[in-house]
Design a protein around this ligand. Structure first.
Ligand code: IMP
Ligand code: MG
Length: 179
């Protein structure tokens, strides 16, 4: 196993099996809706590429790049790159790597809803419900795996921009981030 990884939480095979299952559901849901599938960068890239190939229906792809900033009174999100499609009246499916505190997804959904799409749904590979910030009521419509409150890396997810290229989702050894 790669250095710094304590154990594998989700193997390549488990992830691919679940993506095929989600693909069947999403194919039925979006069969004649020609959705705009919006990926939230950067963590989603690996999941995105695998997921869209299991959605066997016409669709358009787009990306949004957001990051968090720490202001003087509160922390918030900022858009580093917006989507390029005009989504007014369109069906939008957001793909996300992980639904953690809920800050990013809440921000993303509000930002996209302001563009007046016909619908916005969320598909997240991972959901860590124990970490949700109080007051966040948004629900993901499709969840790959509900996971415990552990810091995970791989399959797109990073620690200090490392580990994104691992083909599985692993739990990071605490000594890596406690250093
Ligand atoms: P949020 O807290 O729901 O806003 O999630 C913000 C972002 O934090 C996610 O999109 C991930 O990029 C990152 N994140 C949250 N939990 C983890 C984790 O366990 N490993 C790696 N990145 C994470
Ligand atoms: Mg992310």
């Amino acid at each position: 196993m790669e250095q710094g990884i304590d154990k594998i939480l989700l193997t390549e095979e488990q992830i691919q099996t679940r993506i095929r299952e989600l693909g069947a559901v999403l194919t039925a849901e979006y069969a004649d809706k020609n959705p705009v599938i919006v990926g939230v960068l950067k963590g989603v890239v690996v999941f995105y590429a695998d997921m869209i190939r299991q959605i066997k229906a016409p669709c358009q792809i787009d990306f949004m790049w957001i990051s968090s900033y720490k202001g003087t009174v509160s922390s918030g999100m900022t858009i580093r790159q917006d989507i390029s499609a005009d989504i007014r009246g369109r069906h939008v499916l957001i793909l996300e790597d992980i639904y953690d505190t809920g800050n990013s997804l809440t921000f993303t959904v509000e930002h996209l809803l302001a563009k007046e799409p016909a619908s916005v749904k969320i598909c997240t590979l991972l959901d860590k419900p124990e970490r949700r910030k109080p007051g966040i009521t948004l629900q993901a419509d499709y969840v790959g795996f509900t996971i415990p409150n552990e810091f995970v890396v791989g399959y797109g997810l990073d620690y200090n921009e490392q580990y994104r290229n691992l083909p599985y989702v692993g739990i990071l050894k605490p000594e890596v981030y406690e250093k």
